[in-house]
Design a protein. Structure first.
Length: 358
């Protein structure tokens, strides 16, 4: 029986044979192991140590009955320590917005015959936000922190994100965007060395070759992601959120990277050209997709652009999952990733077949 005989069965068998061969070559290559497994772990450790020691510097304070001058004074006093966002809420919803994760602290000022009084609600663990909220309250009631300002703690549905939880997904998406391209480049190397022609002359079909390459890229991408997830979780206590949601976003990111790598292999003419194009595409996505700073700290226009890039949408989805959001909440982000994957993947698949037969 021919290895890659006609039909789906032959294609699957041919793909499986090629995948086993390439995986065997991969695990025997120390450079590949260094790139795929060691590098993501090292980068995750470095980023978590340098960026993960502190909670997010971006805090959100909910206020009710507070004048703008009091808010401005408190923000001025905290300048340089945190980026402060203010949202105005009805007085009865202060506790709810903290539990929901929409705010890190809240200030509710009320008037009575004895003068103004304030209640400060602070999320457990959000010390910076509570301190700023207390400052807002003291300014609003024009008194020191005495009986006029009562501070209470609220257990949020999810604690503020730590550095490893903010930057873990950023690192993972970055690594995957760069990491799977070596498989696409190998197609050009094999073509230039003549091994691809000999392979296609065998009973193994071009479709089987493509499937095996895609499967290998998928394995590499998942391994890189898992390396970062386990590193940030075990060593730094990061909570990525619901495992099924994390798995879904991870798979979509890996499929996106496969689509990009396939398109690069299809539209480049050599491994050197593929490497240059891969770097250009990855750096462009990194630059506009919110990898440099937390997305919520970006200027408004930059944040909007980042959220509509596939990698930015994926990072945003990971952030939502880590604070307990459901799949329904992140559905829009996932659709952006899927749309890019389909468009880029189809274009790449059409083009790569021409490369294989040329």
């Amino acid at each position: 029986m021919k290895v890659g005989g006609a039909g789906l069965g032959g294609t699957v068998r041919g793909s499986w044979i090629l995948l086993r061969r390439e995986l065997a070559q991969l695990v025997r290559d120390p450079i590949a192991i260094l790139t795929i497994l060691v590098a993501p772990i090292v980068i995750a450790v470095i980023a978590s140590v340098s960026l993960g020691a502190e909670r997010s510097f971006d805090v959100t304070i909910a206020v009710s009955g507070v004048d703008e001058e009091s808010v401005a004074t408190a923000i001025d006093s905290a300048k340089g320590q945190a980026d402060i966002d203010i949202i105005v809420i009805p007085p009865h919803s202060a506790e709810e917005v903290i539990r929901r994760g929409d705010a890190d602290a809240a200030v509710v000022v009320t008037e009575s015959a004895d003068g103004p009084s304030a209640i400060v609600l602070g999320a457990v663990g959000a010390e910076m936000a509570t301190s700023v909220a207390a400052s807002v309250a003291r300014t609003a009631v024009a008194q020191p922190l005495t009986e006029a300002v009562a501070v209470e703690r609220v257990a949020p549905g999810r604690a503020p994100l730590g550095g490893s939880e903010i930057y873990g997904p950023v690192i993972a998406v970055f690594i995957v965007l760069f990491g799977v391209g070596f498989v696409a480049r190998s197609l050009h190397s094999e073509r230039q060395q003549g091994t691809l022609i000999r392979l296609l002359a065998s009973p193994i079909s071009p479709t089987a070759v493509l499937i095996s390459k895609g499967a290998l890229m998928f394995v590499v991408g998942v391994v890189e992601f898992l390396a970062i997830i386990f590193t940030t979780t075990i060593w730094f206590g990061a909570d990525w959120g619901d495992p099924l949601s994390v798995a879904l976003v991870t798979v979509l990111v890996v499929l996106l990277s496969i689509a990009i790598a396939t398109a690069i292999a299809g539209f480049s003419r050599s491994s050197a050209q593929a490497l240059a194009l891969e770097a250009a595409v990855a750096l462009t996505l990194v630059g506009v997709g919110g990898h440099m700073v937390p997305m919520r700290n970006l200027p408004d226009i930059a944040a909007i652009v980042a959220r509509y890039t596939p990698n930015g949408a994926a990072i945003d989805a990971f952030a939502e999952v880590s604070i307990g959001s459901s799949l329904g909440v992140i559905a829009g982000r996932l659709l952006i990733v899927v749309a890019f994957t389909l468009v880029i993947g189809i274009a790449g698949a059409v083009r790569i077949r021409k490369v294989l037969v040329s």
